[in-house]
Design a protein around this ligand. Sequence first.
Ligand code: SF4
Length: 94
Amino acid sequence: MAAAHGMSAAAKATANPTSRIPLCRADPELFFPERNRNTGGEAKRWCAGCRLRTPCLMAALDRQEPHGIWGGLTPSERADLLKRREVIANVTAG
Ligand code: SF4
């Protein structure tokens, strides 16, 4: 076990699929494509397999997070989802 304490977050997250460490902690740079000129595709693939995806996305929507990939969605995708949520709320409010 001593070796496990010396492992980086990236090594722990990728070596153990049941790790409690979210994959975004292994390489946070991937999750901010607007800063790093990547497309965000790799981050989205990681989010797709993350057990925290739903609460992560809900928290990002609640705080209207303007940057990065959260819960597998880009800022513009989250903005679209929020608009649809408002439309549904207005329709159901009568
Ligand atoms: S769903 Fe959230 S917690 Fe999970 S890898 Fe993606 S950004 Fe990280």
